[in-house]
Ligand binder design. Sequence first.
Ligand SMILES: *Cc1c(COP(=O)(O)O)cnc(C)c1O
Length: 384
Amino acid sequence: MSDYLFSQITKFIKSHFPHEEFIPLHAPVFIGNEKKYVLDAIDSTYVSSVGPYVNRFEEMMVDLTGADHAIAIVNGTNALHMGLILAGVNRGDEVLSQALTFVATANAISYIGAEPVFIDVDGDSFGMSPESLRSFLNGHAVRRTEGTYNKSTGCKISACVPMHTFGMPCRIDEIAEICDNWNISLIEDSAESIGSFFKGRHTGVFGKIGIFSFNGNKTVTCGGGGALITNDPQIAKHAKHLTTQAKVPHQWNFVHDHIGYNYRMPNLNAALAVAQLEQLDTFIENKRRLAAEYSLFFKDLDIPMQKDMDDTKSNYWLNAIVLKDIDQRDAFLEYSNSHGVMTRPIWELMNKLPMFRHCQTDSLENSRYLAERVVNIPSGYRPD
Ligand SMILES: *Cc1c(COP(=O)(O)O)cnc(C)c1O
């Protein structure tokens, strides 16, 4: 019975990727100016952390997101690390985030020496639940003049990092309002949501800082890369300074006024990023068409999918279906991966990983439900 269902699904997926032997989850496509710009960067000898493509990339990110400033960073994880530093998170602080996320979110919090606290997600968006955030703060937090503190641990809660899971915007306006009320810095992990909009505004602009990733598996890739966006000119200035070893500008002297980082994106990668960003609309239109076709198909099968709410426009980075239970999920993973279709389960919850097992969580009711049932299916660009 199940095998029949699984063969229907894999057949449907294969019909959409007729040219692939083994259909990957998401492969990069280079069908624009990628080679031209990369060769140009090499010819110019500007391959490292300064160069015209870095500037152009930053301008394109400003245009796309509507943020006042964008800073190119070497990858998304380091952009998150930098964002947390710039938001003023200190060693020993707590940062509210999701248990259902890619490990980089929690890792970046740990780089600071801060502790993640894992809040539940919504069942439809798979992103942080404003309801759960509000009830966690009402139950566990206390406002003082210096900020918001966790009553049970005594630690300062200095930031909140929600994540737009698989490109689907979470209820970020409500989260921003809650963070405002509690005087907690909001940093959006928009690593997966380039080109995704919530109520007409690009993800990443709702709080103090937003970050993006351009890793090889993402919607737009430059091999490895990241970006940080903000409307705060001081943060933007500081971001550029800290990511370039905090060197005091001078023609020949090497003087540094802060512990700095080598986090700038090389011009070589920026060349690739610029060429890819030029194609963002094409990529997203292609991916949204696939998502719409999946949506009709899985509706007929009564298999729920993660899909847009009325006020969201997702990039549909990775399509996600929700199977009946963990046994059906495992059987489907086994079947599809041995029948030429790459699929994978959603991430293990952060609080189940050895380094984060001790961290505080709320009930994580939806996170636990989804962690056992969600499977990603091939979602890459299809050539016409
Ligand atoms: C990809 C990703 C990152 C990290 O980005 P890198 O560029 O790979 O360092 C961070 N958070 C989330 C949610 C991601 O999916």
